[in-house]
Design a protein around this ligand. Structure first.
Ligand code: KG4
Ligand code: ZN
Length: 330
């Protein structure tokens, strides 16, 4: 079985991981703090930070795995989707390393990798066909996974991604970026007593822009009466935002189960770390829900190496002339 180095650089995390025989030997992630002061990822700064991080992160992943680069059988990297400047760094580094070691390159779709992470050797594995729900800062997709090679997007967001909805709500509440984890933490101390607007989007697509406007208008109106409204009600505001977002996600998932008759459900992406979403899914005894371990929910390179391993088996290798793809279909 191969030893594969995975490299991920699609957004603001520089990550490298080593996979051997389907087991993760190391999974190193360098987060970029620089974006916090801007309340969101600044693409140009992300690309520059990837340049600084990529060599130490790969070095650390190899050292932690106790693997010499000469032992690698392939380099798998994120081809897309993502920020082009960020992707280019991982793309160029992976190509150079593969050429220098004379080993194959493997191109991975980041969104597919968020779902294929469930096939790590020691995790409970979803049975085909299953429904994939990828909920991250940049994407929100419902995916029908017939098998490894046949994945079809059956619903996606028409505007903001679900993580973006958490982050934008958090920004209005004065929370640091990314706000999802803070909202999750504060919501535990609050009561979801405020009603925010839920979107009326047909079929399996999502929309979160109306919720954003609803929060904004609510805050504006309340702050006219009480200038300290946010500070005085922060926990309840977080609980209300979170409950609204989680119920939107669960409603769509319920519709997808009804439409497809499939009750095997696997989650992926940063928002699948959300405790209320996890609890709501685990409480549903009619579905078989697969939640990734927290270390594999947010962007990481272990998922890239795992997705790469499937392609390695089939000899499905990448090309030196492939270029980073900001959008990438399945
Ligand atoms: O998958 P990810 O690491 O990066 C992207 O590909 O975007 O997801 C990051 C997103 C951010 O929007 C962050 O606020 C959200 O995941 N997130 C959470 C939680 N942890 C991370 N959202 C809600 N609750 C959490 N516990
Ligand atoms: Zn992601």
């Amino acid at each position: 079985m191969p030893i594969i180095l995975g490299i991920e650089s699609s957004c603001d995390d520089t990550a490298a991981a080593v996979l051997k025989d389907g087991s993760i030997l190391s999974n190193v992630i360098a987060n970029q703090q620089i974006h916090e002061q801007y309340g969101g990822v600044v693409p140009e700064l992300a690309a520059r930070a990837h340049l600084q991080n990529i060599v130490p992160v790969v070095d650390q992943a190899l050292a932690q795995a106790n693997i010499d680069k000469k032992d690698l059988h392939a380099v798998a990297y994120t081809l897309g989707p993502g920020l082009v400047g960020s992707l280019l760094v991982g793309n160029s580094f992976a190509k150079s390393l593969a050429i220098s070691l004379n080993i194959p390159l493997i191109e991975v779709n980041h969104m597919q990798a968020h779902l294929l992470v469930h096939f790590e050797k020691d995790l409970p594995q979803p049975k085909f066909p299953f429904l994939g729900l990828t909920v991250s800062g940049g994407h929100t997709q419902l995916v029908l996974v017939e098998d490894i090679d046949h994945m079809k997007v059956i619903g996606e967001t028409l505007d903001d991604a679900v993580g973006e909805a958490f982050d934008k709500a958090g920004k209005m509440l004065g929370l640091p970026y990314p706000s999802g984890p803070s909202i999750d933490r504060l919501a535990k101390k609050g009561v979801a007593r405020i009603d925010f607007a839920k979107p009326k989007v047909s079929d399996l697509d999502f929309s979160f822009s109306g919720l954003k406007t609803s929060i904004l208008y609510h805050l504006r109106a309340k702050q006219k009466e009480d200038s300290q409204y946010i500070a005085n009600n922060l926990n309840d505001l977080c609980a209300s935002v979170q409950t609204t977002i989680v119920s939107i996600v669960i409603e769509k998932l319920t519709s997808a189960v009804k439409q497809t008759g499939i009750t095997e459900i696997a989650l992926g992406g940063g928002v699948s770390a959300n405790s209320e979403l996890r609890n709501a899914l685990m409480a549903n005894k009619e579905w078989n829900v697969y939640l990734p371990p927290l270390s594999l929910t947010t962007d990481n390179a272990a998922m890239i190496a795992l997705a790469g391993a499937f392609k390695f088996e089939k000899g499905n290798f990448g090309q030196l002339h492939s270029h980073a793809q900001s959008r990438m279909s399945f």
